[in-house]
Design a protein. Sequence first.
Lengths: 225, 259
Amino acid sequence: MTTPFYVAPEQVMKDRADYARKGIARGRALVAIRYVDGVAMVAENPSETLRKVSEIYDRIAFAGVGKYNEFDQLRVAGIRAADLKGYQYSRDDVDARTLANQYAQILGNIFTHEMKPMEVEILVAEVGTLPDGDQMFHIMYDGTVMDQKDVAVLGGDAESIGERLREGFQDGLDVAGAVQLGVRALAGPDRTIPVAELEVATLSRGSRRRCFDRLSDAEVTGLLV
Amino acid sequence: MPIFDPVVDPGSSFPELLRRVGLARDATVHAGLSIDVPHATTCVALRYADGVVMAGDRRATSGNLISHRAMEKVVPADSHSGVAIAGAAGPAMEMIRLFQLQLEHYEKVEGTGLSLEGKANQLSSMVRGNLPAAMQGMVVVPLFAGFDQRRGQGRLWAYDVTGGRYEEREYVATGSGSLHAGTVIKVGYRTDLTRDDAINLAVRSLWEAADADSATGGPDALRGIYPIVATITSDGWVQVGDDDLASRFESLASEVRAR
């Protein structure tokens, strides 16, 4: 019998983290911005059908970057968890914090116990009935949860995008302002992203039960002028 | 958080998901046991030029007693379809809830809604699932109607207790007063009904059913409880307001008085 080489746990974790980070950095980034009526999410996504941002529940949205099949599996699991909880108890009992914690458990478990970590970063956003209640949870590949207040950046090149976002952010942005800021931050100073390669969705307060809206290319063009 | 292996994944089906996680409620009742539960009664739906009208009274009865005066048996299933239910109120309401959830669950998981026919089929399997309870008297018989956005027209379906699904071209009626209500619509039906005519016909059918069937509730002006009437067109589900219904029933009443 051959004895396996000893590898220090620090090294194992570092290798896994590097692997996950590399996978995530290959994909394009996504930003979320709090605005006066809720949360706007803007992603660079050339595909019209493979979505990065989607609806989880009445007031909750999901966004993911990295490996599509992996974050899509998490998206469906989130919808299931939310619908089951709403069915068992009440629609009012479904909240983003619980979902974010469940996601963190799954990602953390996979990171430590499986061969390969998930190459994803996800965002769970909830729009409150009042602006105070808006929440954004940014969850990393290793299960780290970050509670974000105004803006969140997921994916490659997060640092420079985040810098541009925080520079341009101010309280009381309207939806057009938020989407413009998001697109500007994603593109950077020397690039423009065509509308067809943008995926934009909002969670907006209002009288409707379902607060999630996916904006069409025409609507996005209207907001960008 | 439920995550499944690909081979046992419930896909976009919410009822299947409930079974997988052990939350499905068994429809079977012990043999020979028959329990007296509140029953919901008359609902109708008819097609008109722009779509469909659905209507239902508000009464639930338990034997010869009125158990509930303001029951909502006609409800939107999603933005462009509605479901109306007659039969044992408890299982009926549970079926509606599960049906609404399933349509939304499918839409979220798949990223696109079910076709109208797919929705009608889904309801059919839910009614069939209730068959063991129906054998003990807990019968649930729904109607399903909606605007088919792919075909650009309103469509209607009636069901039987075994889940049998029958698409009708003009109108459908269910519940204890369905014979009277259905006859009124049958006599007054024309293919080119306007929205106003169609609502009036639905209102009259419920009036006549309430007049002849003790389990069907009429307009309750004293408490301000009126039947639920809604239209479904390309613009989606729109419920007719109580003030509008009150004036329609008032003119109907004065017409009857003048006979």
